[in-house]
Design a protein around this ligand. Structure first.
Ligand code: MN3
Length: 203
């Protein structure tokens, strides 16, 4: 197998009460596993793709053979997005953003509160399944939404953080209340990891 499901970096119940154990189990073990399985299925047809990282595959979809391009867009994207998602959360996370990302958020949005409001409102409006991402474009932070499992990497932009608004990410606990999930999610954000990703985005 070219690609493997990374283990969750904490226990399934570690993000309670923000994200419930049952959601984490299904989300990681079933949904993310399916993206990895389908990605491997596509790479089996074109073994040369297995020498690239999932990020490289998603960043250059034009270079992917046409017969598997859609599968890699969806499942390579799903793999990359979820791998980031587990890492940018942590038990005991949340609070105000620290370090360079904290300063940049204040510069570009005025305050953390204003940033959260814009991020939550923008992402709540994503029609159907998708993600809200924070990216760094032209020296400024920008919030973008993407449908399905599309990644900002495909636009040449590195996701600094992202929240999953597929119903599978929140429906068991929050039902149809996507804005409540978005508002609560900040309590588990791992700002150390987000700062590492911001440093990568600036390169
Ligand atoms: Mn998901």
């Amino acid at each position: 197998m070219a690609f493997e499901l990374p283990p969750l970096p904490y226990a399934y119940d570690a993000l309670e009460p923000t994200i419930d154990e049952a959601t984490m189990k299904l989300h990681h073990d079933k949904h993310h596993q399916t993206y990895v399985t389908n990605l491997n299925g596509a790479v089996e047809k074109h073994p040369e793709l297995g020498t690239k990282t999932p990020e490289e595959l998603v960043a250059d979809l034009g270079a992917i053979p046409e017969d598997v391009r859609g599968v890699i867009r969806n499942n390579g994207g799903g793999h990359v997005n979820h791998t980031m998602f587990w890492e940018i959360m942590t038990p005991g996370g949340g609070g105000d953003p620290t370090g360079a990302i904290g300063e940049q958020i204040t510069t570009d949005f005025g305050s953390f509160e204003a940033f959260k409001k814009t991020f939550n409102e923008t992402t709540a409006k994503q029609f159907g399944s998708g993600w809200g991402f924070l990216v760094f474009k032209g020296g400024k932070l920008e919030i973008v939404t993407k449908p399905n499992q599309d990644s900002p990497l495909s636009d040449g932009l590195y996701p600094i953080l992202g929240n999953d608004v597929w119903e599978h990410a929140y429906y068991l606990k929050y039902n149809n209340r996507r804005p409540d999930y978005l508002a609560a999610w900040w309590a588990v954000v791992n700002w150390d990891e987000v700062n590492k990703r911001f440093a990568t985005a600036k390169k």
